[in-house]
Design a protein around this ligand. Structure first.
Ligand code: PHE
Length: 444
């Protein structure tokens, strides 16, 4: 019984919840709004949604397919489908990238824990200068270290429990909860006096901002938020049942993912404008604000609500938990590799990865440049490169018949005609070409 739980999701809805749990995380609530602020508001949102439909969904399906068809960990799935080729390096690199990303991701997860704790104890209520408080916290390296280690241990504890119980069960409850709370908060933010300016800023595309780096930013955000190019969906694909509808499930995940990102922004932008001091140029502050948005603007907004403590505790708890469902999927990638490829026990595998992640997390806590570099190299370089290679693999190299079998579940789904053709066309031509163009354009 235990063995079975370790290698597969128990239900289809649980598998979707786990995939959505991986996708929805800090990328939606922390990274998206600050990227949108940098990328000209509405313009970035439009590019992100286009990238999500054209590349996010097909690549998400592709990774799940490769995982499910091979039933292997990320480091070996390409090797099984294309034996004795260099393709297996794509999987090996994905595993390495997943560890790098986890190393800086847990640092921000630690921040969310801190703000949860501050909300719960009521300490947040007494802050008058949120930016100053955030800066002080950033300067407190030991505290950040403790929180980062705590979060990493929490993640490892769930990964240790195996696939179906911890991952599936928690995601099934947490995802709907997060969603409901965000809707409530977004409505509240939008009804604040003065909020409309923020709404317009988020929704109205400013085409004068159009340049390569906004495009690259939107593409990078798509990869990051759909958990692509890091082996997460390769790994989860191997745990999915053969009769799971991959195209439909992937579309559901993309929809949930986009909705959470937009809702989070609908909460942050209008409240930022509504709560701006007279004479403050909010558009400029938001652009500068970057990662601080979630920890400066949001608590400020919460403080203005009746029952501030309850709202902000619930919010930061759910952000932490959304992040947790993502760190679990990231840690599972390398743990599964040690576990399946090297035959180590799940316990030993998890412990090894835990130690590595804590070491990387410590580096990113001490050195802000290591933190920024990790985000930049992984999201803007390695993930798009990984996505490019996956699309070439499924588009050109993977056995045609196998692609069809995976896409249509052996002919039982009515997707064998136009939909499969469109899918193949995107993977063969559109995605590789666009990724290359945006990639080059983003750097010049
Ligand atoms: N998609 C997650 C987020 O948006 C991050 C993540 C990336 C998780 C890659 C797993 C793998 O926060």
């Amino acid at each position: 019984m235990k063995k079975r739980e370790d290698v597969a999701f128990a239900s289809k809805i649980g598998a979707i919840a786990a995939a959505a749990g991986s996708a929805v995380g800090l990328g939606n609530i922390w990274r998206f709004p600050s990227q949108a602020a940098e990328g000209g508001g509405g313009l970035f949102v439009i590019f992100y949604l286009v990238c999500l439909c054209f590349f996010g969904v097909p690549l998400f399906i592709s990774e799940l397919m490769v995982g499910r068809a091979s039933k292997q960990d990320a480091s070996r799935c390409f090797q099984v489908l294309a034996p004795k080729t260099a393709w297996h390096w794509v999987g090996v690199i994905a595993v390495l990238v997943s560890i790098i990303v986890l190393g800086y991701y847990v640092v921000v997860c630690g921040w969310t824990l801190y703000y949860f704790w501050q909300s719960l104890t009521g300490a947040l209520n007494h802050i008058t200068d949120f930016q100053g408080a955030f800066n002080d916290f950033q300067a407190n390296i030991p505290l950040q270290m403790i929180l980062m280690v705590l979060f990493s241990i929490l993640t490892a504890a769930i990964v240790l429990g195996g696939v179906s119980h911890g991952i599936e069960a928690s995601c099934k409850i947490l995802m709907p909860l997060l969603f409901l709370l965000l809707i409530g908060l977004a409505i509240r933010a939008l009804t604040l006096p003065g909020a409309s300016e923020g709404f317009v800023y988020l929704m109205k595309p400013d085409f004068t901002k159009l340049n390569g780096s906004v495009l690259l930013g939107a593409l990078a955000q798509t990869f990051f938020s759909m958990s692509l190019g890091m082996g997460a969906m390769l790994t989860y694909g191997a745990y999915c049942a053969d009769d799971m509808n991959l195209p439909k499930s992937s579309m559901t995940v993309a929809l949930v993912n986009a909705l959470v990102a937009v809702l989070a922004s609908l909460m942050i932008f209008p409240s930022a404008f509504a709560l701006a001091a007279p004479g403050e140029n909010m558009a400029e502050i938001l652009k500068e604000g970057g990662p601080g948005l979630l920890f400066v603007t949001v608590p400020k907004f919460m403080l203005n609500l009746p029952g501030a403590m309850i709202w902000s505790s619930a919010f930061f708890l759910l952000v932490s938990l959304a992040a947790l469902t993502s760190t679990i999927s990231l840690m599972e990638v390398s743990t599964a590799t040690l576990y399946k490829k090297f035959g180590l026990s799940r316990f030993v595998s998890t412990m090894i990865i835990l130690v590595i992640v804590i070491a990387l997390g410590a580096l990113c806590t001490y050195s802000p440049s290591a933190f920024i570099m990790s985000d930049y190299i992984s999201a803007k370089i390695l993930m798009p490169v990984g996505g490019f290679l996956v699309s070439i693999f499924v588009g050109w190299r993977m056995d045609r018949n196998l692609v069809k079998v995976q896409f249509t579940n052996g002919g039982t789904l009515p997707y064998g005609g136009g939909l499969l053709k469109a899918f193949s066309f995107i993977l063969r031509y559109v995605a590789p070409a666009v990724i290359v163009v945006i990639f080059i354009y983003g750097f010049i």
